[in-house]
Design a protein around this ligand. Sequence first.
Ligand SMILES: NC(=O)c1ccc[n+]([C@@H]2O[C@H](COP(=O)([O-])OP(=O)(O)OC[C@H]3O[C@@H](n4cnc5c(N)ncnc54)[C@H](O)[C@@H]3O)[C@@H](O)[C@H]2O)c1
Length: 247
Amino acid sequence: MNRDMLAGRVAVVTGAASGIGAATVERFAAEGAQVIAVDVAAPARAPGVHPLVGDVSSAQTWQEVADLARAEFGRLDVLFSNASVTVRAPAHELAEADWNRQIAVNLTATYLAMRSCVGLLGAGFPERGAGSVVLCSSVHAIAGLPGHPGYAAAKGGLVSLGRQLAVEYGPAVRVNTVLPGPILTAAWDGIGEEDRQRSVAGTAARRFGRPEEVAAAVTFLASEEGSYVTGACLLVDGGWSAVKDSA
Ligand SMILES: NC(=O)c1ccc[n+]([C@@H]2O[C@H](COP(=O)([O-])OP(=O)(O)OC[C@H]3O[C@@H](n4cnc5c(N)ncnc54)[C@H](O)[C@@H]3O)[C@@H](O)[C@H]2O)c1
């Protein structure tokens, strides 16, 4: 697929070594972007992809991202803030360090990203309107599942933060949030077949989503095709949140 939706754009994708992040790096590059691919694990090398190994919860990583973008390209056009960790435990059993880590990686990282990169965002194509930031939340922002207090709090926070950033930095920068439902990635490793089947049965699509299907939504929001979309939340959940499963 190559439709040049992001031709000449400079993008940052976090959580780039796996799943939705890796699929988005691939799609962005296929659409003509130069992509700075950030992950604690080494992201795959490919034409147009610039891997950067770093922890998104560290301000140092964001300084390195901004320095690389400034030195190599002089600007940034797109940021997909996607890296995530999950520690499953009810609140009374969740270690404070694990709560803090989930908030840091899943929520604080976006604040750190904006702090370091907002001056570079949207400078490249001012005549076309905007830099574009896309945050990756989850259906956990809108529905509770036992064992996910830190993850849900962070994902809910991203929904509010996305709106806030859209208001704060418009019109130069658009900010939107995607809320994926069940997408078959490494995040599902260790989750049993019964839970998988119940999740799939809870969607109108009656199947898992593929990482490429989230990448497609992110690419729309990142590109000029989404030029009048900002401060929005986009569910990419196969209709999971639309299904009412009791009378
Ligand atoms: N898969 C799903 O069903 C699903 C559903 C809803 C939301 N999401 C969200 O989609 C996003 C991507 O999830 P995925 O399913 O592709 O997961 P994944 O586990 O395949 O990928 C997550 C990536 O984040 C990286 N990462 C973790 N901590 C990091 C850190 N501190 N710094 C940098 N990189 C770090 C990991 O190394 C990994 O490459 C996440 O925000 C997740 O919460 C996923």
